[in-house]
Design a protein around this ligand. Sequence first.
Ligand code: GLN
Length: 193
Amino acid sequence: MSLTAGVLAVQGDVSEHATAIKRAGQANGQDVTVHEIRTAGIVPECDLLLLPGGESTAISRLVHREGIAEEIIDHADAGKPLLATCAGLILVSRDSGDERVQTLDILDVTVERNAFGRQKESFEAPLSVSGLNEPFPAVFIRAPAIDAVGDDVEILAEWDGQAVAARADNIVATAFHPELLDDSRIHDLAFFE
Ligand code: GLN
């Protein structure tokens, strides 16, 4: 079996995501071809999408400028799977609380950017995630937190009293970076279950 995955590549940690989805696919008997998305026209070719971390102000500006934003919204509306991590979570949210980020509003959550404070810019936490038997070693880098969620959104994990992973139908979003590890369980949740 083969799948086409698109990794949004206008800015952020692209190569890690490409490696991670190929590895997750292989573990699930799927040969994954990865397209890096920098221009319009590629998203419609993709079975699944990954929206990486990076700088959400820059990513949101570029996806709108390049005409990619509408294509991502169409992908989500068509029920195709999408994994958004960190700045990706901010991008898919309804509201980021920051007018410089024009969100896509495909996941009914509001987020707070850089919610874990300056002194904790980067940390790793053994996270209990619903659907996983063992804690996930979650790497947080200037991570957002999820503030409010709509009725159709399930919180998958919390850290320090704040929601850090959520799912609604075909969309999984995490405040942390599952692509940095040799552990495909979050990709499995998003794409292969
Ligand atoms: N702090 C970044 C933002 O608000 C997100 C950080 C990340 O994606 N690692 O856009």
